[in-house]
Design a protein around this ligand. Structure first.
Ligand code: F6R
Length: 248
């Protein structure tokens, strides 16, 4: 039987508290180990933290020069020029705004002709650079996804092509210039890959994430709620605003 741990929970009255906490953790990590490997979520939740990191970089308070970044996931298939692609997001919120070397920013290739082959390449690469700190978001509604590990994903899963949950498609299609263009699938790091990070921050904001957070923290650990597998890791901090903490 796997050991189940209790995550540390940090609740902030406002979203800005989540952003500041996460940015400060990244700054601290890079000050202790400038060549850290960071696992990063894309999506709306961490944008505030990435903007603060860009400000702190401008002020000379943090450098990403020696850092390495692995994104959790990318839609497949998708063009990198699509503003809804996570490649576009990483360019906009990290590469364009900090001194990170673009060659050290890794993301599954949404343009790769063969998703399974690309997933294998990505999985091999991320095992070469074990993550020091992972920034993880949680899926909409009752998907309970982390990365794009939708319901049914196992704790032993690795990087692979997955089909997106209809709830994920429903919510994320708003980010596409033409909502019906959202791909049906994605390439995502698996649960086992995410759990390799030394430390994990799970972020959530707003009442819409309250059910997901309570299920993650208080429900049974299993594939019905892939986010619950985070409790198999001894160093997880759940960082939430008052809305997302509403059902704890
Ligand atoms: C994105 C990712 C997803 C998102 C989740 C929440 O890289 O891994 O798991 O973190 O879907 O998305 P937002 O933050 O837009 O609510």
């Amino acid at each position: 039987m796997d050991t189940v741990y209790k995550p540390t929970i940090k609740i902030f009255p406002e979203e800005s508290g989540v952003d500041r906490y996460v940015a400060d953790k990244v700054i601290k990590q890079l000050s202790i180990k400038p060549d850290s490997t960071l696992t990063i979520a894309t999506g709306s939740t961490p944008i505030g933290a990435y903007k603060l990191l860009a400000d702190e970089y401008d002020k000379g308070n943090v450098s990403f020069k020696h850092a390495r970044i692995f994104s959790l996931d990318e839609y497949w298939p998708i063009q990198k020029t699509n503003p809804a692609s996570y490649a576009f997001y990483v360019q906009k919120y990290l590469i364009d705004t900090t001194d990170i070397n673009p060659e050290n920013c890794h993301i599954p290739d949404g343009e790769a002709p063969d998703a399974a082959e690309e997933a294998r390449r990505y999985d091999d690469l991320l095992h070469t650079y074990p993550s020091d700190l992972a920034i993880v978001g949680i899926g909409p509604g009752t998907t309970y996804h982390i990365g794009f590990n939708e319901k049914g994903s196992e704790a032993t899963s690795h990087t692979r092509y997955v089909t997106l949950d209809p709830q994920t498609i429903g919510v994320n299609s708003q980010y596409f210039p033409n909502p019906t263009d959202i791909p049906k699938g994605a390439i995502t790091q698996g649960i086992a890959d995410i759990l390799m990070a030394k430390k994990i921050l799970l972020l959530a904001k707003g009442e819409g994430k309250a059910q997901a957070i309570t299920r993650t923290v208080n429900g049974p650990v299993g594939p019905d709620a892939p986010s619950s597998f985070l409790r198999l890791h001894p160093n997880v901090t759940v960082v939430v605003d008052a809305g997302a903490a509403g059902k704890l």
